[in-house]
Write a protein that binds this ligand. Structure first.
Ligand SMILES: Nc1ncnc2c1ncn2[C@@H]1O[C@H](COP(=O)(O)OP(=O)(O)OP(=O)(O)O)[C@@H](O)[C@H]1O
Length: 844
């Protein structure tokens, strides 16, 4: 493999043009009525590591209540009150505004900066000078590093990489070897990851290695190829596989719609699955990302609906998607086809975060197709009267492997339970599982497996680059700091726009957005901690080219089809190969080109190997970012540290203000709409609170397994074990030692014990606080205070210090004050006092 991997050793490469005409359109913001987010957003990613910028960071979820005159609110859920009934609001909190306020400069997109330069040439010069100055300033900081020799070692190291780094496997080995001399903490991390990776190996990487038993089960479960029509069973080269939509005997309106949308020739997955789907067969479909799987199920659905009994309204098709964004996108594809074809088919999207009342109203109209996320669908199944799935003919699970994962399991079972047994079921994903155990629960009926080019996991025109991240590259400030510096260097020098950057945690994505803003890079974030409005806005801004970078969690990794995405950057490698495949699949879609750049650190080495293993060698590159660029960015990050904290602080304060404002408005709405709100029956859920919590915990566990905390504590075999005397006082330790010795010596134990006692008696006693020396007589009297109290004397408290038991307890020690040696009778110092106490008892 080594011969095929190119090394890119320099960064400024503006001329790199991943895709022809793939630029996103700069459009005016449309008035859209579609929304996004979800509770089940595939974004089980909360937590995870943070960069070292601010550990105590808490998230802003923004105001989010404001409608702000935008048309985004049609379906937004305000505790059941229609959106237009909610008044006021100040719009979502935008961290860019805070940054602009603090820096006094608006953050412009790459395109806007360019346009500004073109429009006002003089200003443009100024701007350019400014940028130059900035970089000069950074340069000088970097020079200091080089002057102290720090840069040299790393530079030589990188040169070494460049020479030998043409072999990606070697690269992985290299990372592995480097791990050996890392810190203790990192060794701990390694152990955690290795354990996890082993599991992943089982589930994710070796799925194609079936045992004979599993093969037999699959043969029994799946439809035999011979039972399929010739057109569907053979490969792409088979002339009987339809090579055009017109050969599929589709109705005119549908053909018209396909042509209008520019879908002239079916993709391989479409060629193979549409004819079978039209026959009503259950399908398990898999093809690389961006290969047109949505149309592969949407076209046969619409075609079959064209021939339905039109006088009988019913919900006939259900498409389930794991995220709201994906459901919305799927709804849009279906709606466009219906509109362009002028078909009489009603679609309805049922996703979380949108108005329940509005959705209930739409459900009552009995749309033909429902496109839903699981949680909201179940909510309606339980709480919207007369809504049922009893007339369902077709069930589609988009991103089916994700839907089969822990976290969605219970909800999926509940939905399947409510679907009629006799139905057509279609499952699609780029990383589709064909494990029978997972599929049986969907009660498929002899499904047909359509795995297009199963050996190919990624798109043909997708270049995958890997950047090695080493702690010492940022002056030993930690791997996270190096990662952040590498990312900044990449974005400042190479990837100027049309880029999605994936992060393992929401907090990290947010912090990096602030860093980007302070560096003048225009970005938006997309993850589950944002309000629906913020998520929708982020996606729209990115699609419109208003922002250059979309900083996202895995919420955005599946299914999203955003035209013009040229680069995907993995700030950190995901813990599952399927997640990696989906992330990088956001670029190089529908035959276009694209590239994925992954920052690979110590903990990522297994995933790196797996990623390389699943990709053709000619698509894999080793990228080297020049050390001086990394150092400059590391210094810049250090400089920005305080400012980032300040922005976070300001954001938190603003959020608190908005929260208070929101509460007031919420209260007002509650008063205004009290009757309506309280007249509704309480909503129910299919699970008990306990079961819901258990499912949640299972999801969390699965997440924790997939995303182990970096600093998770694991047993370190090198760590010295707890000593047998740890936690014991000196006296207790001596006694224990003596006991052990006695046990060891057996019969001789008594002799040794006497010797020890004699030795001990000759030891000087410690100097302690002098206490009044009580006379033995007095002690005796006091010790017998229990009796004396019976005789009418006041009972002494155990805490009284003027005698009594406490004094007695200390007497042994106080007796010896003044380095007085004890009498050589072998009596330990405390014994006298004990005796005194006993004497008291004896007085009873
Ligand atoms: N027959 C076709 N001809 C040209 N373009 C097509 C065709 N079918 C689909 N496309 C386009 O390909 C792009 C990707 O399609 P789609 O989102 O369905 O891919 P996918 O396989 O579902 O991807 P993922 O696995 O990431 O979910 C879309 O922009 C779509 O318009």
């Amino acid at each position: 493999m080594s011969d095929f991997i190119l090394t890119l050793d320099s960064d400024p490469e503006e001329d790199y043009a991943p895709g022809p005409s793939s630029k996103r359109k700069q459009t005016k913001k449309p008035n859209t009525t579609v929304q996004v987010p979800s509770k089940n957003n595939g974004d089980a990613n909360a937590g995870g590591e943070d960069i070292a910028l601010d550990d105590g960071f808490t998230f802003d979820v923004g105001g989010g209540m404001g409608i702000n005159g935008r048309n985004l609110n049609d379906g937004v859920d305000f505790w059941g009150v229609e959106a237009d009934e909610v008044k006021g609001g100040s719009g979502p909190l935008n961290v860019d505004d805070i940054i602009a306020r603090r820096t006094g400069k608006p953050i412009l997109s790459h395109k806007d900066r360019k346009r500004k330069r073109e429009e006002v040439p003089e200003e443009s010069d100024e701007d350019e000078d400014e940028e130059e100055e900035d970089s000069d300033a950074e340069m000088s900081l970097n020079d200091e590093d080089e002057a102290d020799g720090f840069g040299m070692g790393v530079a030589s190291d990188l040169e070494e990489d460049s020479e030998k780094g043409s072999d990606a496997e070697e690269e992985a080995e290299d990372v592995e070897m480097n791990g050996e001399d890392e810190s203790e903490q990192e060794e701990e991390d390694d152990e955690v990851v290795e354990g996890e990776q082993k599991d992943e190996d089982d589930s994710d990487m070796d799925s194609d290695e079936d045992t004979a038993q599993e093969k037999a089960r699959k043969d029994a479960f799946f439809s035999a190829e011979s039972s399929l029509p010739a057109s569907a069973t053979n490969g792409e080269t088979d002339p009987s596989v339809p090579s055009s939509f017109s050969q599929m005997s589709l109705s005119r309106p549908l053909l018209r719609a396909l042509t209008a949308l520019g879908l002239n020739t079916p993709t391989p997955i479409q060629s193979k699955s549409i004819p079978l789907a039209l026959l009503g067969r259950d399908i398990l479909g898999s093809a690389v990302t961006g290969s047109g799987k949505t149309a592969a199920f949407m076209v046969p659905i619409l075609e079959r609906l064209n021939y339905r009994e039109k006088n009988k309204a019913a919900i006939r098709v259900l498409v389930i998607c794991p995220t709201r964004e994906l459901a919305v996108q799927c709804f849009q594809v279906g709606t466009k086809l219906v509109e362009k074809g002028g078909m009489d088919i009603k679609l309805c999207e049922i996703v979380g975060g949108m108005s329940l009342a509005k959705q209930a109203k739409e459900l009552r109209m009995l749309p033909d197709i429902l496109i839903a996320t699981p949680g909201r669908l179940i909510d309606h199944l339980n709480n919207t009267p007369s809504f049922t799935l009893s007339a369902l003919d077709i069930l589609v699970l988009d991103e089916a492997d994700r839907m089969l994962e822990v976290g969605f399991e219970d909800e999926l079972n509940e939905i399947i339970r409510q679907c009629p047994r006799k139905r057509q079921t279609m499952l699609f994903s780029a990383t589709m599982t064909d494990k029978v155990d997972e599929l049986v629960k969907l009660s498929l009926d002899r499904p047909v497996r359509i795995f297009v080019d199963p050996k190919r996991a990624t798109a043909k025109n997708l270049i995958q680059e890997f950047v090695k991240v080493r702690e010492r590259q940022s002056g030993g400030k930690g791997e996270d700091r190096t990662r952040a510096a590498c990312l900044l260097a990449l974005c400042k020098r190479t990837v100027k726009d049309n880029c999605i950057i994936f992060f393992r945690s929401k907090a990290l994505a947010h912090q990096m957005r602030i860093v980007f803003g302070l560096c003048g890079l225009k970005s938006a974030e997309l993850h589950g901690n944002l309000t629906q409005e913020q998520r929708l806005q982020a996606l729209q801004d990115f699609k419109d080219g208003q922002v250059d970078y979309l900083l996202a969690t895995d919420l955005a990794s599946r299914g999203l089809d955003i035209k013009g995405v040229e680069t995907v950057i993995n700030y950190d490698m995901p813990r599952q190969l399927s997640a990696y495949t989906h992330r990088i699949g956001r670029t190089a879609r529908a035959g276009r080109s694209g590239r994925a750049i992954s920052l690979v650190g110590e903990a990522d080495r297994k995933m790196l190997k797996a990623a390389i293993k699943q990709s053709p060698a000619e698509q894999v590159r080793h990228r080297v970012i020049p050390q001086d660029a990394i150092s400059k960015c590391a210094d810049l990050l250090e400089e920005l540290r305080d400012e980032v904290s300040e922005v976070l602080k300001e954001e938190k304060e603003e959020k608190a203000l908005r929260q208070a404002d929101m509460e007031v408005r919420k209260g007002q709405n509650m008063i205004e709409h009290e009757d309506e709100i309280f007249s509704r029956p309480a909503r129910t859920w299919f699970q008990s609170e306990k079961a819901k919590q258990a499912a949640k915990d299972a999801g969390k566990d699965a997440y924790a397994k997939a995303y182990p905390e970096k600093d998770a504590k694991v047993a370190d075999p090198n760590k010295p074990k707890r000593g047998k005397f740890d936690g014991l006082s000196r006296q207790q330790a001596r006694r224990k030692h003596a006991r052990d010795l006695d046990e060891e010596l057996g019969d001789q134990g008594n002799v040794k014990a006497s010797i020890r006692a004699a030795k001990k008696a000759t030891r000087p006693v410690k100097i302690t606080e002098p206490l009044p020396k009580p006379s033995v007589k007095k002690r005796k009297t006091q010790s017998g205070s229990g009796n004396s109290s019976k005789k009418g004397g006041k009972k002494k408290s155990a805490f009284d210090t003027d005698g009594g038991s406490r004094e007695g307890a200390r007497a042994g020690k106080s007796d010896g004050v003044g380095l007085k040696k004890k009498g050589g009778k072998g009596k330990p110092p405390g014994k006298g006092s004990n005796k005194g106490m006993k004497g008291g008892k004896g007085g009873k």
